[in-house]
Design a protein around this ligand. Structure first.
Ligand code: UDP
Length: 334
């Protein structure tokens, strides 16, 4: 079914609506004619990201920490009372950059596990027909020994390293969704999100592309961690949003799919491309130590999403990068 047709007039709760991906989901869903209620506590999200939606009668933003159980339950009750029903919940509320989740480790593991559990318990009781999409992560694969990563690979994760608060809670979140699907009949959908980029990323969040853009703006060298030969595959946010919404609109509850762009780049290539398109010299690089447990390779196998949804990314890296640079008003060669 077409995304627009599915979401028209649906009541959709977006946990983490003021975050980078949450804000793009909000924008797209409002465009589709859904009634969107965003929930955020702004620890890594920012009200500015959805400011342009604030006057839209189909969008509402509620400040609430999802890790506060009593507060969250009362917000959910209020929404149900006002809207009459809840059709879809998109659970995207989690710090997502390594510095972000390492600064908020308990908030991170709780929101991906206990907060998710609490929302599912509430749905089971008050909206058992609702669908819930959980934003899992390619971090479920850890430092992968299978390449590219396919959904049937179970991963190679350090359960007690500096990334564990994120990786392991994203894995546990998947387990929780599985229990509610199998044992309680709820329609849960799991996506494993690979590195996503685009406008509204927080330039302070330390992830590679925002960090490089910030460094370009400041006229500084780009910081390459390790030898720069580790790889990432970058998916433009509009492609990610299209895949996520097509999935939750589908009949494939209980499934787990990778969402990402298979175009794979080393970090060194990434830095070179950024220098090139912004007209800087090739040697504007500075090497720094590789963070502990930094995965060496990452590339999604997206055959499953292609087969189930007919989805695949449309925006090549250079094009998406140009759009992102334009958003931050960085001059490019294009
Ligand atoms: N990275 C880098 N320089 C930076 C920031 C990140 O070389 O200034 C590297 C980082 O070590 C990792 C990759 O870029 O190998 C992607 O890092 P990011 O924090 O964006 O996300 P991750 O995929 O590790 O969650």
């Amino acid at each position: 079914m077409e995304i627009e047709q599915f979401f028209r007039s649906k009541v959709v709760i977006i946990n983490g609506a003021a975050g980078f991906i949450g804000s793009h989901l909000s924008e797209r869903l409002v465009e589709c004619g859904a009634k969107v209620i965003g929930i955020d506590n702004f620890i890594t999200g920012n009200r500015r990201n959805v400011e342009f939606l604030m006057n839209n009668p189909n969008f509402r933003l509620i400040e609430q920490d999802l890790n506060d159980q009593a507060g969250t339950l009362s917000v959910l009750e209020q929404i149900k009372k006002q809207e009459g029903r809840v059709d879809v919940v998109l659970h995207f509320a989690s710090p997502a950059s390594p510095p972000g989740y390492q600064k908020h480790p308990t908030e991170t593991y709780l929101v991906n596990t206990l907060a998710l559990h609490n929302v599912l318990v509430w749905l089971r009781e008050y909206a058992p027909e609702a669908r819930l999409l959980f934003a899992g992560s390619s971090e479920a694969y850890g430092n992968p020994q299978v390449h590219p990563q396919v959904e049937t690979y179970w991963g190679n994760v350090n359960p007690n390293g500096p990334r564990a608060c994120y990786d392991e809670s994203k894995r546990m979140g998947e387990s929780i969704c599985g229990v509610f699907y199998r044992d309680f009949g709820l329609k849960t959908y799991i996506i494993r999100i690979f590195n996503t980029y685009g406008p509204r990323m927080d330039l302070e969040d330390g992830r590679v592309l925002p960090q490089f853009i910030k460094q370009v703006q400041a006229g500084e060298k780009l910081t390459v961690y390790g030898d720069g030969l580790q790889t990432r595959s970058y998916c433009y946010v509009d492609d990610l949003v299209a895949g996520a919404l097509a999935f939750v609109a589908s009949d494939y509850a209980g499934e787990t799919i990778n969402l990402g762009n298979p175009g794979e780049f080393t970090i060194l290539q990434t830095a070179q491309i950024v220098n090139q398109v912004t007209g800087r010299a090739d040697d504007q690089l500075e090497y720094r130590p590789l963070p502990i447990d930094d995965p060496l390779k990452r590339q999604p196998d997206i055959s499953k999403a292609k087969k189930l949804l007919g989805w695949q990314p449309q925006v090549p890296f250079r094009q998406g990068l140009a759009r992102m640079l334009a958003f931050y008003q960085v001059q490019t060669n294009n």
